[in-house]
Design a protein around this ligand. Structure first.
Ligand SMILES: [Zn+2]
Length: 404
């Protein structure tokens, strides 16, 4: 039995209150403050703890601990009395989520006989897991529609403490094992369930509920909802996105999906033909580069260095792959940008560059970096004006490491 007077049960709209301090003690989580009464709802039953201040000091957390409601404060309050002020936006959000969840659970039970298995009241959305392996779109819509009808009817949300006898004759949506001090929360005549949370006074305060996604989990179906202010904010955001898409694609809402599918299709087609052209270009470029190779008498293979200016890296890689198809040739393809360059070194069949051995000296002399493994190594260099030096250095090192 909780000894702190729970003001939030007497008046769910109470935002400010005075209370006497019963005890204050320091703890690892801040100062533990127990009051004779409080409007701060402690975390429980899936509902988060209220936020706000006690005499201007931030309340970090509120928990039930051995029959007391404990407020954790950032600093120690002075005096024997405190003034509590709730963060009302936070509390109202919690009440909307919680009441919305009762309404949704009642509606899905009434429409589809889908039983609520578990609930998570979140900051950005609320999830409800139903004891059903699958749910059709029509079932989701029916449950959602009924929930919004219950909201529109603006039914009273009331609390009842029945005697054990009275409780026996009542039908609860979710049975309870308790027989005494059971707190029932009723929504008009459509729902009755035991609950210790704080709720809105009427269903109209919930405003709106909307399913935004669904997933299967542990053989159940979990629906993700936007409730109340969150649903409005979500609608606002989606409307904004739709409006921008409408302008961007120059179509009405009902044709948007079709238009996006057309664009997707044409993108696939364009990508395919671009790839074909790229391949052809790579083949021709490789042919051209290979024709200009040096038959170096100091190297046991042909040697090619070629410079590009801000070329597509993907194309260079394709060219390198084409060059690999030749025999006994090593190539260095260098791509110059305004503030750096990239390098690609490749070897064809019957060439074996000892890259690991020459790597350290190459990087030391050119300040370039990179790696890879045969037949292709890639990297970058810091200064585009040193790109030719990189080509010369690697050639010198090859002469040294791969004598004829
Ligand atoms: Zn509740």
């Amino acid at each position: 039995m909780i000894t702190t007077n729970q003001l939030y049960y007497q008046d769910n709209q109470l935002r400010e209150f005075e209370a006497h301090v019963v005890s204050i003690e320091p703890s690892e989580r801040g100062f533990r403050v127990i009051l004779d009464q409080t409007a701060f709802f402690p975390e429980g039953g899936g509902q988060p703890a209220d936020r706000g201040t006690l005499s201007g000091i931030e309340v970090l957390d509120v928990q039930i601990e051995s029959d007391h409601i404990v407020h954790y404060l950032k600093q120690k309050p002075s005096g024997n009395t405190v003034t509590g002020i709730l963060d009302w936006d936070h509390r109202f959000h919690s009440m909307q989520q919680h009441t919305g969840q009762h309404i949704i659970s009642a509606a899905f039970w009434a429409e589809n006989r889908s039983k609520t298995a578990s609930v998570h009241l979140g900051k950005a959305y609320t999830t409800i897991e139903f004891e059903t392996e699958s749910m059709t779109r029509a079932e989701m819509r029916a449950g959602e529609r009924l929930a919004n009808r219950i909201i529109g009817q603006n039914l009273p949300v009331s609390v009842l403490y029945p005697s054990a006898d009275e409780l026996k004759n009542m039908t609860l949506r979710r049975p309870t094992n308790k027989t005494e001090h059971v707190r029932l929360v009723l929504i008009g005549e459509v729902d009755c369930v035991a609950c210790g949370g704080v709720h809105c006074s009427r269903t109209g305060e919930v405003g709106l509920v909307k399913v935004i996604a669904h997933e299967k989990i542990r053989g159940n179906t979990r629906l993700i909802f936007k409730i109340g202010g969150d649903a409005y904010a979500d609608y606002d955001l989606k409307n904004q996105i739709m409006s921008e898409l409408r302008t961007e694609l120059n179509v009405q809402d009902q044709h948007l999906l079709e238009r996006v599918q057309q664009l997707e299709h044409s993108l696939v087609e364009s990508t395919r033909s671009l790839h074909v052209l790229e391949q052809k270009l790579a083949r021709n470029m490789a042919e051209y580069i290979y024709a200009g190779r040096e038959q170096d008498h100091e190297l046991p293979f042909d040697w090619v260095v070629f410079f590009f200016e801000q070329e597509e890296e993907r194309l260079i890689k394709e060219i390198a792959k084409e060059l690999l198809k030749r025999e006994q040739v090593a190539c260095c393809l260098i791509n110059r940008y305004t503030d750096h360059y990239t390098w690609t070194l490749t070897e064809s069949e019957r060439v074996s560059i000892p890259f690991v051995e020459l790597r350290e000296r190459l990087f030391e002399r050119t300040r370039a970096k990179g790696g890879g493994r045969a037949p292709m190594w890639q990297g970058i260099g810091p200064d585009p004006h040193q790109a030719e030096v990189f080509g010369q250095t690697i050639r010198q090192l090859l002469q040294e490491y791969c004598p004829r």
